[in-house]
Design a protein around this ligand. Sequence first.
Ligand SMILES: [Zn+2]
Length: 291
Amino acid sequence: MRIFDPHIHMTSRTTDDYEAMHAAGVRAVVEPAFWLGQPRTSAASFCDYFDALLGWEPFRAAQYGIAHHCTIALNPKEANDPRCTPVLAELPRYLVKDRVVAVGEIGYDSMTPAEDTALAAQLQLAADHGLPALVHTPHRDKLAGLRRTLDVVRESALPTDRVLVDHLNETTIKEAKDSGAWLGFSVYPDTKMDEARMVALLREYGPEKVLVNSAADWGRSDPLKTRKVGDLMLEEGFGEDDVDRVLWRNPVAFYGLSGRLDLDVTATAPTHEGNSVLRGAPAAEPLPTGA
Ligand SMILES: [Zn+2]
């Protein structure tokens, strides 16, 4: 089973997770820029983070045979903090970089006027840069949040079929599907969506334009949830072609809209800017490589 996790925050995960993900079949990930739990206090803090998403993380992923891309944005939560909003002016220089495959994650957290402004501005940036957008939908008031999100998308210069609306569930899937957007589902250990509910939704609505992710981050989460969904799909009677479509071909098609997806994991140098996953210790044995 080949797996592309289209939404996972590897910055918050260990190198052991990369190893376990590769063993489970994960060969590609997209890491969206997001909130780190600790509030940032300046735009410079975002820039160091974006640089890590474009440097250290692809380096670390490649050690374990995983292709790493990212999405860049001011996240919805920090769009409310005036110390953070100046980062909007820094985004254009990141959005031209090779491994940036979308603007994201953007969207609503508390549905404030500041979030309106940041969402509209970043949808415009996506249109200007020929990139699709990864749009987070709020965890509270989900259906109202989805409707307002889709309204803003329709008013933007970005076509809805270049938008992935994420964190969907039973209450939001139908309207999201009817909009023509791509459909993202985050499968968590104890909130949002689980494997059984995911498979039931796939049975009811079909696999077209559906992407499943672990959204694993610093909270309670599991970077192998994608594999667990694939296994349950097979147990419940889906064919291998359906599993491959949901866990590989759909994310390839969506992020491929950027024209920048490069799924060949090239052998990288043993260090990135002088640092390695071994923290200076010599390699005892060769690290695993791709395929
Ligand atoms: Zn996320």
